[in-house]
Design a protein around this ligand. Structure first.
Ligand SMILES: Nc1ncnc2c1ncn2[C@@H]1O[C@H](COP(=O)(O)OP(=O)(O)OP(=O)(O)O)[C@@H](O)[C@H]1O
Length: 303
């Protein structure tokens, strides 16, 4: 499978602040990728590295098999930054004309369709648009460029629920119409949206990749296990415990398992995507708060 974005031991430091550390990931072509993580996790930094606006401090990132600032790569990448920058003094129609002049693969029909769908007045100056309308304009410009890789930093954050649903629908159509290699990476805090549209997920926390892979693969390797009470360190090898809960008689573990646990004494349930992400995020928050393994002994069951 061709990787469109490939990062190896990628690190980014702003002065004394380490924003990304040792990030290794591989985004296959043709996926809609959800980039999820708490505030300050490094999502914007990763997207800006992927479109060549930032350069790595350590390790490397490649897009289409080469560094993203290589001449020619920019035309193949569409990027919408979190603050959806537009030119305040230019009208919506001026933006479309500029897009047509600057981009060889410009899709005027798609741009017009998106502008009409968003209810934007072509004559209105961009500086007079609301935050959500500005986001709609920036998104229309990015998709009409017909990029092979579309990078969107929290694209739906400023949109109302109807506009959000229409945008996500449009995103899936864009990915399908663009051909099997068209790849979209979008960051968002809205897990339910990501669950609806994404088939690949990257979970970032504290500047590190905590989980990454195809959604189906991730779902197939994360479980909730219930068994007679026992300590996490007595579980079979090959299980990574993300969370443990104990009652007097039984223990419930949320685990990542490379293979199903073949033991009839376990009750094993699949984990939903939202739970999976939240468990990875809280496991990384716990690890940051207490870097050693869980020091609390599991008390013996009460008789
Ligand atoms: N230009 C900058 N100078 C210094 N530090 C920065 C700069 N940009 C980002 N950072 C820091 O890098 C870390 C990662 O920031 P980043 O914006 O990539 O996170 P994020 O996951 O996109 O956050 P959010 O969800 O809040 O948008 C944060 O600690 C942030 O304070």
């Amino acid at each position: 499978m061709t990787a469109i974005v490939e990062a190896r031991a990628l690190g980014k430091r702003y002065g004394r602040r380490q924003a990304l550390t040792d990030c290794t990931l591989s985004v296959p072509a043709g996926r809609i990728v959800g980039l999820v993580g708490p505030n300050g996790a490094g999502k914007s930094t990763l997207l800006q590295l992927a479109c060549g606006l930032l350069t790595p401090t350590s390790g490397g990132i490649e897009v289409f098999g080469a560094p993203p600032d290589r001449p020619g790569s920019r035309a193949r990448i569409g990027f919408v930054a979190q603050d959806t920058p537009v030119y305040a003094a230019l009208s919506v129609a001026d933006h479309l004309r500029m897009g047509a002049r600057l981009n060889p693969r410009w899709d005027a029909a798609l741009a017009d369709h998106r502008i009409r769908q968003a209810g934007l007045d072509p004559a209105q100056k961009a500086g007079r648009l609301s935050g959500g309308q500005r986001a709609q304009l920036a998104l229309a410009l990015a998709v009409a460029k017909r990029p092979e890789l579309l990078l969107l930093d929290e694209p739906v954050a400023a949109l109302d629920p109807l506009a959000r649903r229409a945008f996500l629908q449009g995103l899936m159509e864009f990915a399908a119409d663009g051909g099997p290699e068209t790849t979209v990476v979008l960051s968002s805090h809205l897990l339910s949206d990501l669950e609806r549209v994404c088939d690949h997920l990257v979970v970032l926390a504290g500047g590190r990749v905590r989980a990454e892979g195809g959604v189906d693969d991730l779902l197939a390797t994360h479980f909730r296990l219930t068994t007679a009470r026992r300590a996490a360190d007595t579980l079979p090898a090959g299980l990574r415990v993300l969370a443990a809960e104990h009652t007097a008689r039984q223990s419930t573990f949320t685990v990542r398992a490379d293979a199903p646990v073949d033991d009839p004494s376990w009750v094993m349930e699949p984990l939903g995507l939202e739970d999976l992400v939240l468990h990875h995020l809280s496991a990384s928050a716990d690890a940051a708060a207490a870097p050693t393994a869980d020091p609390r002994p599991v008390p013996e069951p009460q008789r």
